[in-house]
Design a binder for this molecule. Structure first.
Ligand SMILES: Cc1cc2nc3c(=O)[nH]c(=O)nc-3n(C[C@H](O)[C@H](O)[C@H](O)COP(=O)(O)OP(=O)(O)OC[C@H]3O[C@@H](n4cnc5c(N)ncnc54)[C@H](O)[C@@H]3O)c2cc1C
Length: 1001
């Protein structure tokens, strides 16, 4: 209450600056749509250089506003259009003003004015260097250098400054610097904390050494959850080293909004006690709440943050107690603007007899001025977190602050904008936690095994609508348990190298006198295993078996077929680490990519089972009296599935499950380079209980058994994913009707792409560079969705290319058995030579702007390569490369960019980075591709969420993982009965009825 009294003595609005900023914030708090548009406009503004661009964006973001401020805004926009240079400047000036409210200075010199002023008010500082997301080692080196300069500068400029309280000053050096760890190393990967530490420690040691000499305090800030464990480990590693072991002026942040926070803090305190030297913990709630929730929900992970605000508040108090009770080893810095959180710390410290001078309160620059003043008046230590930097890198910080200030849940808004009473604001957060919400929170196991999903086994006909499909989870490699499971699986799989796998025909293992070997592309002298090779006799036997089995399988109830798929998903889940490990060895996938493939396979099983329940029963076409007419589907017959090696389990499984669940009998031919994985998938289905002959596995050469089976009169359909060359041959051959053929063959044909990503002149480069690098070089560019053409608007070209080339040069290339590798080997020797040839040809056509040099000398490693000065007609622009090669084209404007993007034979994926709502809308409509991605990577389609497939020479227009995919595997039938007898008809006709089963032959 005392704080409130002091605060109320100097009434101030939520924001210390009035005018434009305050009005914008008031609008934002009243209107959610305005808030979104406003924050997006602020986000793009710094990157716009011309006044006319600024006015154009203003128009696009606000002109169609439909709220009370609409007339005002429209007038403003019309006025701005008259003299764009002046209005552009005016807007930039105002938004810069907003940013300056939260950014203490543009550079170290500039910030001193602020720090001196604060010093006069009895407020200390910790300085943080703002920066764009660090996407390359070049940028990381710049940040490291800036940190060093900052230390020197602050130490020099504050010489002679004394502690404001004069007591226990030894615990609180005047100069305090907050370091953003991810800005020091661009390749931090949650799966590989050891690599992060190995790169970060050498960069930090000189900084820490110098800080120690200068008497400067260093704090490790905490960022997203993905980096948390590495940051904690790095802190412990460095400060256990003999050189820093006795140094007490190091601190780290604990985020109370994390469910893990209590365990982390307990571990940290135990570490501190063992170390025997004081250290500091800044306790905060956390700045990335929305991000963590969204990211985890998208990936099906446990949400690491508390979901109710009072839970974070209550945890903050629990951790406050833990900190103060361990005051003998840890110095507390409470980072909060919430008077209840602050007061709790004060009261507890008093109860425990801890002097006010032995801990501090930290608050952000530009926020909660009256609270800071009140705390100083009460004799507490106050330190202000003072960001330093330019406007462009400061924008993401600014947007975070704007969100925080306008958040419905936030303390500051409640107190200073909505004037909620002190009694309300001081309520115990535990009283406010809603137990029901917590109980309902999903408890998805962290390795991704989603037990709840399988409870759908035996589900009734009333399945949820398609859009209610809940995807299987990805493994979250941030957890050390998951890293350990993967390492164990890699060891175990390696121990079984060399195993032989048979063909599987009619439920029987078949061996032939020929074996095909499968090798590790990272180390081709390692043989992963062997598979029996089928010839024409085995192919013929498989067709006969499938034909026989089809008669029964086609009459097997839908529910039973769906359960087979769900059972397979459960087995895939049980074996997911093992299968991922085999992918790492057999096709050179990085850990997370391999896991993504297994997750996708599980999704195909579950999603198609769900879809089949929706379409598997005869449905009334129309409700007309006197007649019932039911549409339903029959399977086509024997389906041949020819799959690629690049998604060796997922795509094979997707095509197989679609064929099986719809009642077809299947002959699957896995790709030669991923034959072992094909056999393992066969094992999964056998264990799941697929009846003999219903699924048969043939390994062999596409040109021999593939061609034979495509032409076979007893094969009714072919599901193919692979190269254009083979796809077109199948399409043509299947079009011929041969003697004895009963049906017109249906072909599902998915082929390649020459996918383009356009970068607009206002694109967010942090996002663009990271996502483009991932789209182009993730899995070595061997995804059919990979970005192979980057089209950059002239205006932005230099900026994009500078950062892109540096980012490519920082990529980790190596054997993906190691965690955290981004670029592994290409799949085999043929691919290796083919890509090398294209690169050589490319060198004669365009400019080789970048080619990595740090690649292993053994294995099929192609260095990530970037060509510039590429023209639309060149081979580099037209031919599908399927390797880590990116061609960059410059476009005059958006018209030119769209024309270039659409100028290929393919139409698979395409991407666009922009912050112009009008351009985004235009590109959504005009890019010719089956999957268009805006402001994100153009790879990584998720079953059900992004039905995948293209047209033109990319495919026949089918969508794997989409609601209409199964229809390709079925023939529709309609049965109509006149149910009127002498003018009398039943009143109600059921919507669905029992199946009309395939006739016995
Ligand atoms: C000096 C200082 C340094 C900081 N350093 C860092 C740092 O290194 N890393 C970092 O991540 N954060 C850091 N923060 C914290 C962050 O920037 C916010 O300022 C802080 O979380 C706001 O909390 P509060 O107690 O002031 O306000 P309050 O209004 O009491 O709390 C708001 C916070 O509650 C949490 N929250 C909001 N909604 C929910 C919900 N539905 N369920 C659960 N929790 C919810 C969020 O963390 C949100 O920020 C720092 C803060 C300060 C003051």
């Amino acid at each position: 209450m005392q704080i409130f009294d002091l605060v109320d003595r100097h009434p101030e609005s939520i924001f210390s600056k009035a005018g434009f900023y305050q009005r914008m914030m008031e609008f934002s708090m009243r209107d959610e749509h305005f808030k979104v548009q406003m924050f997006r406009f602020v986000d793009v503004l710094a990157s716009l250089r011309r006044g006319s661009d600024i006015v154009q964006h203003l128009d696009e973001y606000f002109a169609d506003m439909r709220n009370g401020y609409a007339p005002l805004i429209r007038t403003g926009v019309s006025f701005a259009r008259i003299v764009p240079i002046i209005s552009g400047k005016f807007l930039r000036w105002n938004v810069s003003g907003m940013a300056r409210q939260f950014i203490a200075g543009r550079n170290p010199e500039d910030v001193m004015k602020t720090l001196r002023k604060k010093r006069r008010q009895g407020i200390g500082f910790t300085v943080d260097l703002l920066g764009e997301a660090v996407v390359s080692e070049e940028e990381a080196a710049e940040y490291t250098e800036r940190c060093q300069e900052l230390l020197e500068h602050l130490a020099r400029e504050t010489r002679g400054w004394t502690d404001p309280l004069g007591k226990n000053s030894g615990l609180f050096p005047v100069v305090n610097v907050s370091v953003k760890i991810s800005a020091l190393y661009s390749q931090m990967n949650p799966a590989d904390p050891a690599d992060a530490i190995a790169h970060l420690a050498p960069k930090l040691r000189p900084i820490l050494r110098r800080a120690k000499e200068l008497g400067v305090f260093i704090n490790f800030d905490m960022e997203s959850y993905a980096h948390k464990n590495a940051t904690l480990e790095l802190f412990r590693t460095l400060f256990t080293e003999p050189e820093f072991r006795d140094w007490p002026h190091a601190g780290i942040v604990i985020q109370a909004y994390l469910r893990d926070a209590e365990t982390d803090l307990r571990d940290l305190i135990a570490w501190g006690q063992a170390r025997g030297t004081r250290f500091t913990v800044r306790l905060v709630k956390g700045a990335y709440w929305d991000y963590e929730k969204i990211k985890s929900t998208q990936n099906g992970w446990i949400i690491p943050v508390w979901l109710q605000k009072p839970e974070s508040d209550a945890n903050f108090e629990r951790l406050t107690r833990m900190l103060l009770e361990n005051e003998s080893i840890v110095t507390s810095a409470f980072g909060s603007h919430n008077v209840r959180s602050i007061a709790y710390a004060q009261a507890l410290a008093e109860e425990l007899g801890i002097d006010r001078s032995r801990f501090e309160f930290q608050l952000l620059y530009g926020m909660a001025g009256p609270i800071k003043r009140a705390l100083v008046d009460m004799g507490y230590r106050v330190r202000e977190y003072s960001p330093v930097g330019e406007l462009l890198p400061g924008m993401s910080y600014l947007v975070r602050r704007l969100l925080e200030n306008t958040s419905n849940e936030g303390f500051l808004r409640a107190k200073f904008s909505e004037h909620v009473s002190a009694t309300q604001l001081l309520r115990d957060p535990l009283e406010l936690v809603n137990g029901a919400v917590e109980a309902a929170v999903s408890t998805v196991p962290m390795d991704g095994s989603d037990t709840a999903t399988f409870s759908r086994n035996g589900a009734p006909l009333e399945t949820p609508a398609a859009d209610a499909y809940k995807n299987a989870s990805l493994v979250n490699f941030v957890y050390s348990e998951c890293q350990e499971k993967m390492r164990t699986a890699l060891r175990e799989v390696r121990a079984h190298f060399g195993q032989k796998h048979p063909l599987l025909i009619d439920g029987k293992e078949i061996w032939t006198d020929k074996l095909l070997k499968s090798v590790n592309p990272s180390a081709p002298d390692e043989i992963i295993g062997y598979v029996a090779e089928a010839g024409i006799p085995e192919a013929e036997r498989a067709v006969k078996a499938a034909r026989r089995a089809f008669e029964t399988w086609a009459r097997t109830p839908v529910e039973e077929r769906c359960r087979l798929l769900e059972c397979a998903a459960a087995i895939l889940d049980r074996r997911r680490f093992e299968l991922s490990a085999v992918e790492v060895f057999e096709v050179g996938k990085a850990w997370a990519e391999a896991d993504g493939d297994i997750r996708e396979a599980m999704d195909f099983c579950l999603f198609y089972a769900q879809q089949m329940r929706l379409i598997g029963y005869p449905r009334l076409t129309q409700n007309v009296p006197g007649e019932e007419s039911y549409q339903h589907y029959w399977p086509r017959g024997v389906a041949l599935v020819i799959a690629p090696w690049n998604f060796p389990v997922a795509i094979l499984c997707g095509m197989v499950t679609a064929a099986l669940v719809t009642g077809n009998a299947v002959i699957m031919k896995p790709a030669e380079p991923s034959a072992i994985l094909g056999s393992l998938l066969m094992e999964v289905f056998q264990e799941a209980g697929v009846p003999p002959g219903v699924l048969n596995c043939l390994h062999g050469r596409g040109s021999v058994i593939g061609a034979y089976l495509v032409d076979h009169p007893d094969v009714e359909m072919i599901a193919f994913t692979g190269s254009r060359e083979v796809g077109l041959r199948i399409w043509e051959s299947a079009g011929k009707t041969r003697p004895g053929q009963r049906e017109l063959k249906r072909v599902v044909c998915e082929m390649g792409g020459k996918n383009a990503v356009i970068v607009d002149s206002d694109a967010d480069l942090d996002e663009t560079v990271v996502d483009t690098i991932y789209s182009a070089f993730g899995y070595q560019g061997q995804k059919c969705s990979a970005c192979s053409r980057l089209i950059v608007l002239e205006q932005n070209y230099e900026r994009v290319m500078h950062r892109l080339l540096a980012a490519a040069a920082s990529l980790r290339v190596g054997n993906p058995e190691q965690p955290g590798i981004t670029v592994g080997p290409v799949v085999d020797e043929t691919a290796y030579h083919r890509i090398q040839e294209i690169i050589e040809k490319g060198k004669t056509e365009a400019t080789l702007a970048f080619q990595a040099t740090n690649i292993p000398d053994k294995g099929y490693f192609i260095p990530p390569t970037i060509f510039t000065d590429v023209k639309p007609e060149m081979t580099l622009s037209q031919c599908e490369i399927f390797g880590p090669v990116l061609s960059v084209l410059k476009a005059r404007d958006l018209d030119d960019a769209i024309r270039i993007a659409n100028d290929t034979d393919y139409a698979l994926t395409a991407g666009f980075f922009s912050r112009s709502p009008a351009n985004i809308e235009r590109v959504k409509a005009e890019l010719v591709a089956g999957n268009v991605y805006v402001n994100r990577s153009c790879t990584g389609a998720v079953v059900g969420r992004h039905p995948f497939g293209g047209f033109k020479m990319s495919g026949g227009g089918t969508k794997a993982g989409g609601t209409d995919y199964l229809l390709n595997f079925l023939v529709p039938r309609v049965v109509t009965e006149n149910i009127m007898r002498h003018g009398f008809a039943p009143e109600a006709t059921p919507e669905r009825r029992a199946e009309f089963l395939w006739p016995l032959r």
